[in-house]
Design a binder for this molecule. Structure first.
Ligand SMILES: [Zn+2]
Length: 311
């Protein structure tokens, strides 16, 4: 039985914002929030987030006041309401990618733009979630300016959280592509692969892949594992999920029961795949490999199996 509960929340979860999706179409509410000098803005520049303290190893999100964001807002990029903080303060995001160099847009001492993924594990709780939300939403807005039905320009509605076609009236909503990520278990061993895409030569991680149209999550788990390693999978148990708006996914994590053991890798996807024993997973250095990052859902699937599975 591989139904193993998640031991703690995943990275990029726990946003401090109430998304107030029921108020996005209230034009008076949105106009008042936009005009309120107390409202805050999380800018995104070319998929990067505004942070300070990165160099000193204590990064934190920078939210601009309306006044501090004046030049950022003047770039004319898309904006959207992210939500309200506990104290009622509205938080918006704006994309200022039109600027070649965004730093002159900011007052002195307001940080600089960084890839969120590099520092997410070091941010105060909830900040990675909020910045990932901003980044994912702005990615969608900057890449869905025209209607996929008729090709005419779209205009924003719902405080920037939807697009409406000026030609045919079609409504378009932000996309989140489901991806499955799974730890395949064969009694006391687990299946990990070394992807051709991994930057580091010793890392072995869980298998993963996108869900295709018309496919259930369980079917996607079984198909991906078989395609990449030749291993047959039976029962599939949901564990937890992790937002992954890099650019537009959510990772859906599973433990999966192996029905076969022989491995035949797909060389287009993997350089290697192996069964690792419990002892090897506990001591990866002595077994000559490394595990995925501590803040990844892959690592959580592995560690929770190690802790939670019957020995
Ligand atoms: Zn259209």
């Amino acid at each position: 039985m591989l139904s193993i509960p998640a031991s703690r929340p995943n990275a990029y979860t726990g946003s401090p914002l109430d998304r107030v999706s029921d108020r996005r179409d209230d034009a008076d509410f949105v106009a008042a929030a936009l005009a309120d000098p107390a409202s805050l803005i999380a800018p995104v520049w070319r998929a990067k987030s505004l942070l300070r303290g990165v160099e000193s190893g204590a990064p934190e999100a920078v939210l601009l006041t309306r006044e501090a964001a004046e030049a950022v807002l003047m770039t004319g990029g898309p904006w959207a309401l992210l939500g309200l903080r506990n104290d009622g303060t509205a938080v918006f995001t704006v994309d200022c990618s039109a600027a070649e160099d965004p730093l002159p847009l900011l007052p002195e001492g307001y940080g600089s733009f960084h890839d969120l993924r590099a520092v997410a594990g070091l941010l105060p709780p909830g900040e990675a979630s909020m910045l990932a939300h901003a980044r994912g939403l702005m990615h969608w807005r900057t890449r869905h300016r025209f209607c996929g039905v008729c090709g005419q320009p779209c205009e924003p509605r719902s405080a920037g959280n939807a697009m409406s076609c000026t030609g045919c009236g079609a409504q378009h909503f932000p996309r989140t592509d489901p991806a499955v990520i799974m730890l395949v278990v064969d009694e006391d061993r687990v299946l990990l692969g070394h992807s051709t895409r991994f930057p580091n030569s010793t890392m072995y991680s869980t298998l993963a892949g996108f869900v295709e149209p018309g496919e259930s999550l369980e079917e996607a788990v079984r198909r991906e594992v078989h395609e990449e390693t030749g291993v047959r999978v039976g029962e599939v148990f949901y564990h937890s999920s992790q937002p992954w708006p890099f650019p537009a996914s959510i990772m859906l994590g599973f433990h999966a029961e192996a029905l076969s053991q022989e491995i035949t890798i797909d060389p287009a996807e993997l350089r290697d795949a192996r069964w690792f024993t419990r002892d090897e997973i506990r001591n990866p250095e002595s077994a000559g490999f490394s595990l995925p990052r501590v803040d990844s859902i892959a690592r959580r699937l592995i560690e929770d199996w190690l802790q939670g599975a019957p020995a």
